[in-house]
Design a protein around this ligand. Structure first.
Ligand code: NAD
Length: 291
């Protein structure tokens, strides 16, 4: 049993914290909206009144926050993790943030005697609930080995991909692929519908061929039911594609299709859809097609 502080109980954080409790860990949570922790308290978690209180006795601290500035505030701020966690604590940031922010956090953590890993995840809300996330980890190998018993409660594919920041770079590539695939799924469904093909039958057979994928399997039901409750908010996907574009530019890599999908996501968001699930890309294809 490990004493774990878990910070950020949103769509992903709440089920992840729940799986850590199921695995027998001693979990103390902190989030901005304490009501989000009620179900976890019923399962045996403690709710702390501040980051400082949550982390001071923790062996492992996990953060699952929206964006780079959120992680910077929670980890580096005056009342944050580095100011209050004990030396030797293992900090695992599972949020999707800029690789350079992860590197800066790791640097600052090391100076305080705290070990830091970037460990962004893929698999969505369903993967968080099932404990089947894919976890891409950047940082020192021995810290990765130390984190494994904790990470095994959260995911089924857990891979050390390189030094600090490398986890975020792999996650950026993941988001590039997901965005492109999701856009093409939306286009394929509007195309099939325009030809009066039964969409469920089509999805069934497409799933067994080369176009079959987790994106098709997990996101086509949202599109068919027109249920755009997140899931993964357009706002977050927009943030991730910003990371992809900046990282590609910094490395001199051309991503023409990814850049185009990023524009489409930005445009949908500008029309007020930021709070919808990213499967709402379907709405834009319908609009462009006059349907
Ligand atoms: P979310 O917005 O649902 O949850 C974030 C939580 O962090 C919220 O409960 C918020 O109140 C809390 N929070 C924000 N700032 C805080 C602070 N200063 N102190 C304490 N709590 C704070 O987001 P999510 O969908 O759970 O995503 C979290 C991260 O995981 C993001 O980086 C996202 O890109 C990534 N991610 C999301 C999914 C998904 O399908 N939703 C999948 C993989 C990765």
């Amino acid at each position: 049993m490990t004493q774990i502080a878990f910070i950020g109980l949103g769509v992903m954080g709440a089920p992840m914290a729940s799986n850590l409790i199921n695995a027998g860990h001693d979990v103390t949570c902190f989030t901005r909206t304490p009501e989000k922790g009620r179900a976890l308290v019923e399962k045996g978690a403690r709710m702390a009144g501040s980051v400082a209180e949550a982390v001071q006795t923790a062996e492992v601290v996990i953060t699952m926050l929206p964006d780079s500035p959120d992680v910077q505030a929670v980890v580096l701020g005056e009342a944050g993790v580095l100011a209050h966690a004990a030396r030797g604590t293992l900090l695992i940031d599972a949020s999707t943030i800029k690789p350079e922010t992860s590197k800066a956090i790791s640097h600052a953590a090391t100076a305080q005697g705290i070990r830091a890993l970037d460990a962004p995840v893929s698999g969505g809300e369903a993967g968080a609930i099932e404990g089947s996330l894919s976890i891409m980890v950047g940082g020192d190998r021995e810290d990765f080995d130390a984190a494994l018993p904790t990470l095994r409660a959260l995911g089924s594919t857990i891979v050390h991909v390189g030094p600090s920041g490398a986890g975020q770079t792999v996650k950026a590539a993941n988001q590039l692929m997901v965005a492109g695939h999701l856009q093409l799924l939306a286009e394929a469904l509007v195309f099939l519908d325009a030809h009066s093909v039964d969409l469920e039958s089509a999805i069934n057979v497409l799933g067994g061929g080369l176009a079959g994928s987790t994106v098709l399997q997990r996101k086509s039901p949202n599109m068919l039911k027109r249920n755009f409750t997140p899931g993964f908010r357009i706002d977050l996907h927009h943030k991730d594609l910003g990371i992809v574009i900046d990282s590609a530019r910094a490395a001199g890599v051309s991503i023409p299709l990814g850049a185009h999908v990023a524009e489409l996501v930005a445009s949908l968001r500008a029309q007020g859809a930021g709070g919808l699930d990213h499967s709402a890309l379907l709405l834009q294809v319908e609009e462009l097609s006059g349907r």
